[in-house]
Ligand binder design. Structure first.
Ligand code: PLP
Length: 426
């Protein structure tokens, strides 16, 4: 071994894992247990008081899950991570750690529809206000920040694809305002894009998608970038004020550059409770071992399929940043040199009826509401996820009657194209 830092593919296989100290098992075992025996009363007291690291109860920590957390932190270049039950749970715990009732955050209008719902509706119950902004208009983002604003939230490569967010410019705006930039890196994954290198402070993932990669397990991850100063003022009391349940410990002082991850775990996960199952952590960990191979193939296939679609008479437009001439191609070249991801939309000249026909006729593509699977997936939002909206609302949400979203898998591109060809042919 040399002392040079391991490369991304090495970290994807090894980071966080060691042979099991008891059995020698080389693959991280599934510690399918709810609780862990204390050595003695003093050990228990030290664990409960945060004076020692160790396992008490699987809602808060678990050794299988810990390997997943260390691995994602290493791949993203963060200081620590917390794995939870889903991407939505990750977002919930991040905002629970940052916001008090009456606080607000600025969010990009270009987000996964479920996140738009979570922010507009569920978060209102906590008194957390979302200020929506078009992140291509930097002045509008700045204008959306007021005295109550505690963070900016964006997706790096935004669902449903094609939209590349200028993370470096937004990090500058956030830091000028003294607030963190939170980046949902689900669609890009750290293989394509590492937001901390461009100034992001917190990264979240739906590990349900490309990280796990096989469409078999829900999960979410929160990664602490370790660079934000939580103690510079009193805006983030979960980190800067004494915690009564931990002998008045100030988490930001005690845990330094991984204090945010600790606060998410010992205040958020402990009290709100969306733990990931050790079995799902194991599945996602196994998926991550092949992340570099899968993402390279996903992206190569997506470019081939998008190029083919763009030349078809049935197709009015293709929204994929990997295509030369796409409005986001320059930003993709800057941030995503290894590929522009595998999820994108296109428009059918035949409108709504053509969309319904396409999803009914595909045989290799699966018609379902997910992304980031080894299998190729298709959805026609206007007849499914966005069905309840008016036509005007559908268009505003990027889900007009003609729009089809694809998540390109790792099959042979020729077979994917053949399936789309037979489905497009009247
Ligand atoms: N973020 C993005 C970009 C997503 O696409 C999704 C789900 O589709 C989520 C977050 C929510 O993740 P989960 O479904 O794991 O709660």
């Amino acid at each position: 071994m040399t002392d040079s830092k391991p490369g991304f593919s090495t970290l994807a296989v090894h980071a966080g894992a060691q042979p099991d100290p008891t059995t020698g098992a080389r693959v991280t075992p599934i510690y399918q247990t709810t609780a862990f025996v204390f050595e003695d009363v003093d050990h228990a007291a030290a664990l409960f008081g945060l004076q020692a690291f160790g396992n008490i109860y699987t809602r808060i920590t678990n050794p299988t899950t810990a390997v997943l957390e260390e691995r994602v932190a290493a791949l993203e270049g963060g200081t620590a991570a917390v794995a939870v039950a889903s991407g939505h749970a990750a977002q919930h715990l991040v905002f629970h750690t940052l916001l008090r009732p009456g606080d607000s955050f600025v969010a990009s209008r270009r987000l996964y529809g479920g996140s738009i719902n979570q922010f507009n509706h569920a978060f209102k119950n906590y008194g957390w206000e979302v200020h929506w902004a078009d992140t291509e208009d930097l002045a509008a983002v700045e204008a959306a920040i007021d005295a109550t604003t505690k963070a900016i939230f964006v997706e790096s490569l935004a669902n449903p694809g094609g939209f590349v967010t200028d993370i470096a410019a937004l990090a500058e705006i956030a830091h000028r305002a003294g607030i963190p930039l939170i980046v949902d890196n689900t669609m890009a994954t750290p293989y394509l894009w590492r937001p901390f290198e461009y100034g992001a402070d917190i990264v979240v993932h739906s590990a349900t998608k490309f990280l796990g990669g096989h469409g078999n397990s829900m999960g979410g991850v929160i990664v602490d970038g370790g660079t934000f100063d939580w103690l510079k003022d009193d805006r983030y009391p979960m980190l800067s004020a004494p915690r009564p349940e931990y002998q008045n410990m100030v988490l930001g002082q005690t845990f330094g550059n991984f204090a945010f991850a600790i606060a998410v775990r010992v205040l958020g996960l402990r009290d709100i409770g969306p733990a990931i199952s050790p079995f799902n952590a194991f599945q996602i960990l196994t998926g991550i071992e092949t992340l570099p191979l899968r993402m390279a193939k996903h992206c190569a296939n997506a470019l081939e399929v998008a190029t083919w679609l763009a030349a078809r008479p049935e197709v009015a437009w293709v929204n994929y940043a990997g295509l030369p001439g796409d409005p986001h191609h320059a930003l993709a070249a800057k941030y995503l040199p290894k590929g522009a991801g595998a999820v994108f939309t296109f428009g059918l000249a035949g409108g709504y009826e053509a969309g319904v026909r396409l999803v009914s006729k595909v045989a290799l593509f699966s018609h379902l509401a997910n992304i980031g699977d080894t299998r190729s997936l298709v959805i026609h939002p206007a007849s499914t996820t966005h069905r309840q909206l008016s036509d005007a609302q559908k268009i505003a949400a990027g889900a007009g009657p003609d729009v089809v979203r694809l998540s390109i898998g790792i099959e042979d591109a020729a077979d994917l194209i053949a399936d789309l060809e037979q489905a497009l042919t009247p």
